[in-house]
Write a protein that binds this ligand. Sequence first.
Ligand SMILES: C[S@@+](CC[C@H](N)C(=O)[O-])C[C@H]1O[C@@H](n2cnc3c(N)ncnc32)[C@H](O)[C@@H]1O
Length: 159
Amino acid sequence: MSRLESFIRRMSAQRDLLNEAARRIAEIDGPVVELGLGNGRTFDHLRTLFPQRRILVFDRKMSAFAASRPAPEDFVEGEIRERATAFAGIGAALVHCDIATGYAEADDATIAWLADVVAPLLRPGGFAVSGMPLEHDELEALALPPGVAEGRYFFYRRR
Ligand SMILES: C[S@@+](CC[C@H](N)C(=O)[O-])C[C@H]1O[C@@H](n2cnc3c(N)ncnc32)[C@H](O)[C@@H]1O
């Protein structure tokens, strides 16, 4: 599969899972957390899906398209491992993680700590949508929506 084809499939998996999570959290209170602002594309999608919720966004630097930037009070700059850990217990209804690099060694190092950051951000019954697998006793892996291939994106619910 070409890199373009793979990218398109990853983007549509991301969109389909965020839309599915939006349906599932409709009855659940709590903020949304975006780990990895990047260009701001998924942040823009999240704020369309959740106009009434606070969306707290983390990245080591601000590099988003000007029209896709969170308010300064909702952006936390720095290393996610340190900065997001300080928000444990925030009771998020949804955490979206999009911090993979595509380089196996770097991504394996991230996978080793990411679940321990994500699980404490979520309220019980909250959801995580992630580009990387999250192995944690508190996170139950969920079936993917039709059209999202196994292993392309990941979906969890906090027990
Ligand atoms: C793939 S981009 C995110 C794309 C974004 N979701 C979008 O739709 O535009 C990944 C982002 O995560 C950030 N990032 C990756 N690892 C990080 C870490 N450990 N701490 C802080 N930021 C990190 C990078 O700076 C980058 O901006």
